[in-house]
Ligand binder design. Structure first.
Ligand code: PLP
Length: 307
């Protein structure tokens, strides 16, 4: 087994006063070299593709998965093509291109970019890197729980943001493989990107007609089937917060911990104070600080001015 591409990220106790809950722990995946947890699973997928003889990869992503794929491909000497939907910002496209990847733009939304990218990968004989729906990806994401367990923290809940549900699948897998199948997961989405929450209520996978949230990294119109299955079988609490709550949490986090994160990550942070009666059931909740590269002092300042 070759060395993983991601780092063993710091596990920090939240600064006093950052949350109303007295003992919140933070798994700082915002500090991964790709700026988000995505390098865990995507790194493993790209590594495996290289081991299997691939020389090129294709990934459709609005941001963090694409950046992680470009990062991993560059580290391993593979050619990367990242397909961004037209909705992605120029700044994100530039950061991905700076990692040596070919950046293509296709489709108004991620689903269209994805369909195009799958065809392109087939045509070129390249490996397709799915941003959230692949067993190897989940296996890679699960490493974050292994690390926390190895450090000996006795946490009793995991709070995570949910987009397409790859991170959720990884966390649940990580809990089970460490004998922690009883530890609940608090799955948080922003309103407008709440595909898991709506699917749990409906009892079947729901496809949202559109994404209406600033947390674009949570913008999967439909979650992976496995994410819904796990949410229905593993102890899971599905919660939603508003965009304003997520943005306010990013600003509080920047001030309190001196680290910038996207609203996607702010959603998980916001849930701690938005649902005090739920959080008070737990002594030592762990927040997966998933991070995100599409944030800057400028964007954070603009939100701060709005709120
Ligand atoms: C991808 C991503 C998510 C959501 O992960 P899923 O596996 O799609 O559920 C949350 N936050 C950030 C910063 C992300 O990049």
């Amino acid at each position: 087994m070759t060395e993983p591409l991601h780092l063993h990220s710091p596990l920090l106790r939240a600064a006093p006063g950052l949350f109303s809950h007295p003992e919140v722990w933070l798994k700082m995946d915002a500090l991964q070299p790709s700026g988000s947890f995505k390098l865990r699973g995507v790194g493993l997928l790209v590594q495996r593709a290289a081991d299997d003889g691939a020389t090129a990869i294709v990934c459709a992503s609005g941001g963090n998965a694409g950046f992680a794929a470009a990062w991993a491909a560059q580290a391993l000497g593979l050619q990367a093509t990242i397909v961004l939907p037209l909705s992605s910002s120029a700044a994100v496209a530039e950061k991905i291109a700076a990692r040596g990847a070919e950046v293509l733009r296709h489709g108004a939304v991620w689903d269209e970019a994805h369909a195009y990218a799958v065809g392109l990968a087939q045509q070129r004989g390249a490996a397709y890197v799915h941003p959230f729906d692949h067993p190897l990806l989940w296996q890679g994401h699960a490493s974050l729980i292994d690390e926390v367990v190895a450090e000996g923290l006795d946490f009793d809940a995991v709070i995570t943001a949910v987009g397409g549900g790859g991170l959720l699948c990884g966390i649940v897998q990580g809990l089970h493989r460490n004998g922690l199948g009883h530890v609940p997961v608090i799955a948080v989405e922003t309103l407008g990107a709440d595909s898991l929450s709506q699917s749990i209520k409906a009892g079947v996978a729901v496809t949202l007609p559109a994404i209406r949230s600033i947390a674009t990294s949570l913008g999967a119109r439909r979650v992976a089937d496995e994410a819904l299955r796990l949410a229905q079988t593993h102890p899971t609490l599905s919660l939603t917060v508003s965009d304003d709550q997520a943005m306010a949490a990013c600003i509080r986090f920047a001030d309190g911990m001196r680290v910038l994160v996207e609203p996607a990550c702010g959603a998980a942070l916001a849930a701690v104070d938005a649902y005090p009666e739920i959080l008070s059931r737990f002594k030592r909740p762990l927040v997966e600080v998933c991070g995100g590269m599409a944030v800057s002092l400028a964007t954070l300042g603009a939100w701060s001015a709005q709120s």
